[in-house]
Design a protein around this ligand. Structure first.
Ligand code: ADP
Ligand code: MG
Length: 288
């Protein structure tokens, strides 16, 4: 069953001068209940913007988004509160997403308090949430500055899960972590998804990481979807030349790390997406 339906969504950001710039072009896809839908693309392709739109952090301009059959634009106050509880985000940078002046105990209870959720014994609740993400209960009295990157991200995950969401947008949740702990945190995210039957939109720039966790994958480039397919199908039968490039160059470098001549050479212009070719039931490839 589909949990979220995104239809023909465009997103423009206003500019200081001049007309607004279009960041997302005609985005359409569905997210099925209980699946991990990966979004892969290089830096600047619009992945985070998409995540922010689905979580209602950012508005969009055209098209429609439905969550459980209901438009996310016409929610009553009560429905909006419920939406904000059910749809949580795990951020790339745990440093800027945790309040440095709050202890872990209060960070984990932030959402619970905000939504007025009854949890009974608060200490026991925090202990359970910490254990769930692989941290001992001693961490409850620490401030974010006393945690490593991986520990901070675990606290961010615990905070998101504390309100019992159904749908999580994880925006490059391991990209800012030391390579040595990336796999552990990725495995934790995957384990929690399975245990709690959560639905994820998992955003990443490394196709191998996205493949590892995702049931289906969306390939984005310049604010457009170029291909959608089940993960194994995408790898065995990639339909778009950009997908093939990603496979050969994974992990994708940040454009800043490249020299200028490389960037222009490395950023092919496929032109606007005119339509999609349906290769199989669940496999779409952009036609330019
Ligand atoms: P990604 O997550 O794939 O790296 P983003 O969604 O962050 O891509 O950004 C896509 C494009 O939108 C980039 O060109 C970026 O500069 C632009 N952008 C992102 N946020 C804003 C904003 N608040 N205002 C204007 N432009 C933005
Ligand atoms: Mg991003």
């Amino acid at each position: 069953m589909s949990l979220m339906t995104i239809e023909q969504v465009d997103k423009f950001y206003p500019q200081k001068t001049g007309s607004p710039v279009q960041i997302l072009h005609n985005i359409s896809f569905t997210i099925n209940e209980g699946e991990v839908l990966g979004v892969v693309g290089e830096s600047g392709s619009g992945k985070s913007t998409l995540g922010k739109i689905l979580t209602k952090i950012e508005p969009y301009q055209h098209g429609s988004i439905h969550f459980k059959g209901q438009s996310i634009d016409t929610l009553s106050k009560k429905e909006l509160k419920n939406f904000r509880r059910q749809v949580q985000m795990i951020f790339q940078d745990p440093d800027s997403s945790l309040n440095p002046r709050m202890k872990v105990h209060d960070i984990i209870l932030e959402g619970v308090r905000g939504f007025g959720i009854q949890v009974g014994d608060k200490d026991a609740f925090v202990r359970e949430r910490l254990n769930e993400v692989g941290l001992s209960s001693q961490f409850k009295d620490r401030y974010p500055s006393e945690l490593s990157g991986g520990q901070k991200q675990r606290v961010g995950i615990a905070r998101a899960l504390a309100v019992e969401p159904e749908f999580l947008v994880a925006d490059e949740p391991i990209s800012a972590l030391d390579v040595s702990v990336q796999a552990q945190v990725l495995n934790l995210i995957r384990k929690l998804q399975r245990e709690k039957e959560l639905t994820y939109l998992f955003i990443g720039h490394d196709l191998n990481v996205v493949r590892y966790i995702s049931d289906r994958i969306i390939v984005m480039y310049n604010g457009s979807i170029l291909e959608i397919a089940e993960s194994e199908e995408l790898f065995s039968n990639p339909g778009h030349p950009y997908t093939k490039r990603l496979m050969n160059s994974s992990p994708v470098q940040h454009p800043k790390d490249r020299c200028i001549s490389e960037v222009s050479e490395d950023r092919p212009d496929y032109g606007a997406v005119k339509s999609y070719q349906q290769i199989s039931d669940s496999h779409l490839v952009a036609v330019h």
